[in-house]
Design a protein around this ligand. Sequence first.
Ligand SMILES: NC(=O)C1=CN([C@@H]2O[C@H](COP(=O)(O)OP(=O)(O)OC[C@H]3O[C@@H](n4cnc5c(N)ncnc54)[C@H](OP(=O)(O)O)[C@@H]3O)[C@@H](O)[C@H]2O)C=CC1
Ligand SMILES: O=C(O)C(=O)Cc1ccc(O)cc1
Length: 462
Amino acid sequence: MTKISEDDFYIGIIGMGDMGKMYARNFSKAGWKCVVCDREENYNTLLEEFKDTSVEVVKNGHLVSRKADFIIYSVEAAFIDKVVAEYGSSTKVGATVSGQTSVKAPERAAFEKHLPKDVHVVSVHSLHGPTVSPEGQPLVLIQHNSPDWVMRKTEQVFDCFRSRYVYLTYEEHDIVTANTQAVTHAAFLSMGTAWNMSQSYPWELDRYVNGIEVVKCNIALRIYANKWHVYAGLAILNPSAHAQVRQFATSATDLFKLMVVGDYESLKQRALEARRAVFGYKDGVEPGANGEKCERTPILLSDTLLDRFSLHQPSSQHCSARNSHLTILTMVDCWHKLGIHPFDHLDVAGTPLFRMWIGVAEYLFRSPERLNLALESAAYDTSHRADDTEFVVATRGWSEVIEHGSFTHYKEKFESTAKFLEPRFEEANRMNKEMLKVIMESGAPKSMKTPPKKLSSLPLVK
Ligand SMILES: NC(=O)C1=CN([C@@H]2O[C@H](COP(=O)(O)OP(=O)(O)OC[C@H]3O[C@@H](n4cnc5c(N)ncnc54)[C@H](OP(=O)(O)O)[C@@H]3O)[C@@H](O)[C@H]2O)C=CC1
Ligand SMILES: O=C(O)C(=O)Cc1ccc(O)cc1
């Protein structure tokens, strides 16, 4: 990127899908000149869609690359090599090239392989979906072989998003997102598959209606309403993600084996160990009591807050609040076994969805009564065993598909469940927006720039 006047500065976007469009709209609203393209066959539709805006639509990535001073590749992670190979050589001399893919190892390899040597690389990753406002959300910036002034210019370009900058290297990015996103998605993908296999929406069974169930169901619906390739790419192509997803399946299986033999004591021991490691609570001590490390405000504040979000009114006053909460027990056990400290990750680079998920886990594990009720239900109450069986089988299935690296199989598996859940997407989308608002208001960091916290000080799992 040469030092040119603002008037001549163009931002280019290659790949005008959900994220590319969201970026273009935000940039042009802030007065930046944008030149964009999608696949050539989408040219006319894109032209029509942006006809009343200042965004210039062109036919292909060569035309974007020749004109733009800051180019963002916003395509499927699995295609990044092919797309950069095609257009990279047209990059304007001195321009900065960036990528929006959710997994950085393939993006870095593609940039190093195909870009000319006289361009700079500063990559980005908005840690939120296209329907969430970027304001206050983490935006990862990766300075890769480029001078500081290029990084300052990149910050200036993105200032209009009012996001919170998080400075990482390519490697740190993939480790953090494996710990936060890949393993979280594995949990919700498995829940969805289990419901699909049982052919029942859990929120329509009267035994599943309390607050955290609703949050869980909404997050799963949110994931299945998004594009399959986003989740496939960030799990299959992230070198750090496979072991995490495998551990999730192992934790589910181990806990389930204790459940079926009714081994309450071992379940309790395992849950308390995980609770100590992940949440820092001492055994038998109430959160907030003397000596208890509990200075954080809980993410999900109260039952009343949770009950504002309901997918279904129970038909009877006497429905059971009992649930093994195997999904949550599994998640916390998995974090413990992997040495992941989710709150540290949340502060650095947590997505809104990760925040909600930690909130759900914290809600169960903060309260000895709630946790014990779940453990007793897990060991002694067989009414949810059938659903838990489906869940365990589903965790194994997802882990195998991800480790095997099959995009085709991933797509089929994802789309079959997405089809089953689709009738509920609209309602869940409405509720998710409200839930996100409440959760972001309850303690998410708001400042624009995170003090560049050294990720090396975090216990990252490699
Ligand atoms: N959705 C999300 O929540 C987030 C996604 N991301 C990442 O951002 C990237 C884009 O995701 P998203 O916008 O959701 O996905 P989309 O599928 O909506 O967008 C990708 C776009 O790139 C187009 N494309 C593919 N090849 C080319 C090409 N040769 N030239 C021009 N355009 C091309 C695709 O066309 P076609 O559909 O025909 O292939 C599609 O329109 C992904 O890498 C994803 O991982 C990052 C943060 C959040
Ligand atoms: O919050 C999540 O994990 C999401 O599901 C949305 C999302 C998906 C992909 C990304 O690269 C970033 C955010």
